[in-house]
Write a protein that binds this ligand. Structure first.
Ligand code: 8YV
Length: 323
């Protein structure tokens, strides 16, 4: 049987690329640079499957061209707000993602940001590396205690729950959350958390707010100036979800005015651009979208895509179909 023609838009872990090359007529974007809209449009018209990442934008316009050959888009990642799912579905194109395998590592990274920003770890390391450490003193680089504080989670999916468990069972924190749908209180308690009705209630109660909802759609600008104002002035915002969930300009203003204490960010509205103002702030920890960046997780994500497109081309329903 003729092998399906697939395009992989970035370099993936070698072990996964080998499996793809064996099973499919696979082409890899060897330059490993983000593909522009013209190249992606061309790919949708030439391959049976395109395997994009968060660095590839697939808006409706790309699915509106006449001659589409693509039958499945196997997204390398759990978030898929960079793909216009409705437009893909309208053309009968399947879309899959990689849920489950990056839960722990993304929650670990949210925890890293939380600890780092509270304990001023980035700031301390910068000072030491720059040769500015003059020795121990009782008032040097005083941070915020994490243990026993209140964590507010926005979005109680897999990653939100994993974050709740880390904070409640590991750091004795009181964990509250907002979720669009009601979560059974017993299920919430299993993860060491309890649900509050509104986003505002969560923001007002929390010493740390960690975002774990999807990006795009109605979540764009969810954390805006008004909601930043609802946070305690001593509270920190952690974002490992999507940059567009936060109004970045409003966040810069809130930080500059001391309306919140700091932020730990792994995602940005227009990656890889990061507002210069944020880069200048000592009370902000900035990471370059590393949520899932471990060898184990990146390989597992790739193998999930392999499973999804293999199922599809064998005529079975892909296990992680989102459209
Ligand atoms: C991925 C992520 O690395 O899976 C996601 O949604 O945000 C990241 O952890 C990225 O999306 C790869 O495409």
């Amino acid at each position: 049987m003729k092998k399906a023609r697939i395009l992989v838009t970035r370099r993936w872990p070698q072990v996964v690329e080998s499996v793809l090359a064996e099973r499919f007529d696979a082409e890899f974007n060897v330059s490993d640079r983000p593909m522009d809209q013209a190249a992606l449009a061309d790919a949708l018209a030439r391959y049976d499957a395109v395997l994009p990442t968060v660095s590839d934008r697939l808006p409706a316009a790309l699915f509106e061209q006449d001659a589409l050959s693509v039958r499945i888009i196997g997204n390398y990642g759990v978030g898929y707000n960079h793909i216009d799912i409705a437009a893909a579905s309208a053309r009968g194109i399947a879309v899959t993602n990689t849920p489950g395998v990056l839960t722990d590592c993304t929650a670990d990274l949210a925890m890293t940001l939380l600890l780092q920003v509270a304990r001023r770890a980035g700031e301390g390391e910068r000072e030491l590396r720059a040769g500015g450490w003059t020795g121990w003193r009782p008032t040097h680089m005083i941070g915020t205690k994490v243990t026993g504080k209140t964590l507010g989670i926005i979005g109680f999916g897999r990653i939100g729950k994993a974050m709740a468990r880390r904070c409640h069972f590991g750091f004795d924190m009181d964990v509250v959350f907002h979720n669009r749908s009601r979560v059974d209180p017993a299920e919430a308690a299993r993860h060491g958390a309890r649900q509050l009705y509104t986003v505002e209630e969560v923001l007002a109660a929390s010493d740390f707010v960690s975002l774990h909802c999807p990006g795009g759609g109605e979540n764009v600008g969810l954390i805006d100036a008004r909601r930043l104002q609802a946070m305690k002035p001593s509270a920190f915002l952690i974002n490992t979800a999507r940059g567009d969930v936060v109004d970045e300009a409003a966040l810069v203003r809130a930080l500059a005015d001391g309306r919140i204490a700091g932020a730990g960010l792994d995602v940005y509205a227009a990656e890889p651009q990061v507002p210069e103002a944020l880069r200048q702030m000592e009370n902000v920890v900035l990471l370059p979208h590393l949520g899932s960046a471990t060898a184990e997780t990146r390989t597992a994500m790739g193998m999930k895509v392999v499973d999804n497109i293999t199922a599809f081309f064998e005529g079975r329903d892909p296990p992680d179909r989102v459209a």
